[in-house]
Design a protein around this ligand. Sequence first.
Ligand SMILES: Nc1ncnc2c1ncn2[C@@H]1O[C@H](COP(=O)(O)OP(=O)(O)OP(=O)(O)O)[C@@H](O)[C@H]1O
Ligand SMILES: [Mg+2]
Length: 604
Amino acid sequence: MAAERINLNQRVAALKNLPEVMKLVWHAAPWIVTASLLLRLLVAVTPLGVLWVSKNIIDAVVRNVKTPGSVHAGQIWFLLLLEFLFAAGALVLGRAIDYCDARLADEFGRDVSLRLMRHAANLDLMLFEDPEFYDKLERARLQATDRVSLLNAMGSLFQQLIGLTALAGSVLYYEPWLFVLLLGCVLPAFAGESHFAFLGYSLAHRMTPVRRELDYLRTLGTSRDSAKEVKMFGLADYLHGRYEALSRHLIRNNCKLTRRRLRWGALLAAVGSLGYYGGYAYLVLQTLELKISVGKLTFLAGAIAGSNASLQSLFSLFSSISEQALFLTDLIAFFAVRPRIRSKPNAIPAPRPIRRGIEFCDVLFHYPGSENLVLRGLDFRMEPGEKIALVGENGEGKTTFVKLLARLYDPTGGKILLDGVDLRDYRVEDLRKEIGVIFQDFFRYDFAVRDNIGTGRVELVNDDSALWEAARKSGVDQLVANLPNGLEQMLGRRFEGGVDLSGGQWQRMALARAYLRDAQVLILDEPTAALDAVAEAEVFANFAQLTRERMAILISHRFSTVRLANRIVVLNGGRITEDGRHDALIASRGQYARLFEIQAANYR
Ligand SMILES: Nc1ncnc2c1ncn2[C@@H]1O[C@H](COP(=O)(O)OP(=O)(O)OP(=O)(O)O)[C@@H](O)[C@H]1O
Ligand SMILES: [Mg+2]
């Protein structure tokens, strides 16, 4: 019982979304919405017109049968033509409405998808690591493209409402209680429909994680990235088995509900028809007793049938809308999520040039949803123009350090200063412009070379000389020159004609992005991990020169190159434990010396 009450509340709450939804629809294409509503208004009143004309025709014919010659042939012809015009007009308008609906669905999909992308881009990175948020995003994404039926339903609802008012008005005018009878018979169907609509939604909601897992399994089974391992480990059967079991579970649940819905729906629809035939029988009796004319009988029978159909579809439209509105709860909830990391109202622009450098003051950090402190009171200073090599074992927090500096996350405790001002006081977009990062899991865009480098600074995406310059700096120019289509060469395997690169070549592509960027702080998180020894030596030899006047942080596990840096900083146990030149650190016999020795020993 308690569950029932919550259901009802949720359903009612979902209807509160409707104004919001209508705003979304209107925003997508105001003109199409207007046109569609006008057309529907016209179509809605045609049934009444048709009925009215045919009533006149029948009455005229009956009169003529009683007293031949009492009706002009011209009069009949005129009425017939009028009825034809009504009927044909409705058909033509119906096509026009279909056209509007199709256009509206396209525009709605486009508009909502764009808003989704824009909104998602502004949200905090940490949200994307939260599975629950991911489910919400996934549902919202589906809703963006899959709510065509909602648009149709809202349009039809409007149309049926007008049509019903017209028809029911006439039924009410002649036989008020007939109308009440109809209403009473249709209400149970409505209650049933909306009940099942709700059950359907809550099932779909519960099944979202299952559906996501299915998607994932399907990708694993069919994607290029996983193909190698799937073959080598012979995982195909294992993956198929999991997919099979999960999808059966999903289908079983759906079937159970559909069957119940079918049984109840059929029963309640039968009750609804009973109302119509009761009314019809009454009218026939009235006509036999000569209380109403034959024309009026057809008119009222038609109007009742029409009202009945309208009412039924009105209720089912209404429950379908409330069902869809329930689904849209997630879309609206998604749009309601606000990023926590964003510019304050009176944020200041990032300094240019940077005069005092960067400072970490007693920075504490743990990832949301984890108790484990990654940074434990980290202190660090860096002057303008300085270049630093940051080292530390796997999982010590080097990448985390960079994420904090780029303000992808905010520290749990302590603060990070740029030129003496807390990062949180700067405009976020501005700050990120000044901090260029190539992450160790940098992205490989399945775009042309031009875009792969140009994403480093989109204003320059059409500036060939700048792109070539960046390619030269990262040592990828030869490769690009040798590609069949040069800068226009599509990379990756997703699109036709794409060329895949080696890990190291992709990395140089990412490096070119970093060099294209006009940031004052350049951070490369293991930029050379996939490069061969010669290429790495080259990158390092150029690095200091290429980052002249900039601040640069380089994260690397290769001590043969790290040792060349002027300042080496060791991250250990959530703090900076060592800081200095190679020789000094070796002499102090700390963590750095130990790690260096281990690597050096392997080469002897
Ligand atoms: N998104 C995340 N959510 C929760 N914990 C995370 C997340 N990313 C990293 N961690 C944890 O934070 C710690 C530091 O990770 P980080 O990636 O900063 O290490 P790293 O020094 O860059 O390591 P590597 O040398 O392997 O790149 C690790 O213990 C890791 O498990
Ligand atoms: Mg890392």
